[in-house]
Design a protein around this ligand. Structure first.
Ligand SMILES: [Mg+2]
Length: 162
């Protein structure tokens, strides 16, 4: 199984950029670049790591992607919510911790890529899998090509354990 951990804001939703997809939720160009990845690596499934998962259920998120022309079945899951409050103190875990927690529950997953616009410091431990987008421009075409190359490389490197 190949998993793409997908952030939304700053990856396929760009606040001020015109040119939304017909569903009105995502950036058409960035969405097309995501679709290129999904087409080139048909066995890749997505796990949503965006804060959108705090506002929408997995079913709703799947619906959004379906409206944008992405097969809802490609959305496997969301990362766990590890936010917690101790007394007066709120703890906000890094996204890398939430991805780590998801992977701990799915030890069979060894092939992955992470698409997010967070800083490198927020992805410690995943330097080789992290593809950083820019908040104001989202997923670019050259990045989708790099991600496809990465996913294909790990697919062939690990094809013996398929
Ligand atoms: Mg983001």
């Amino acid at each position: 199984m190949i998993i793409v951990f997908l952030d939304i804001d700053g990856v396929i939703n760009i606040w001020r950029k015109p040119g939304k997809d017909p569903s009105g939720r995502f950036d058409q160009e960035a969405l097309n670049n995501l679709k290129l990845i999904l087409k080139a690596v048909p066995e890749a499934l997505m796990v949503i790591s965006s804060t959108w998962r705090f506002h929408y259920t997995l079913m709703e998120l799947r619906g959004f992607f379906a409206e944008a022309g992405i097969d809802a079945e490609r959305i496997l899951d969301v990362t766990p919510d590890l936010r917690r409050t101790e007394g007066q103190i709120k703890h906000y875990p890094g996204k890398n911790e939430e991805i780590e927690a998801w992977l701990f529950q799915h030890p069979e997953v060894k092939r992955l890529a992470i698409l997010d616009d967070v800083s490198m410091e927020d992805m410690v431990g995943f330097e080789d899998q992290f593809f950083q987008t820019r908040f104001e421009e989202g997923l670019k075409h050259y990045q989708s090509q790099r991600i496809i190359d990465h996913l294909r490389r790990i697919r062939s490197a690990l094809s013996s354990d398929n």
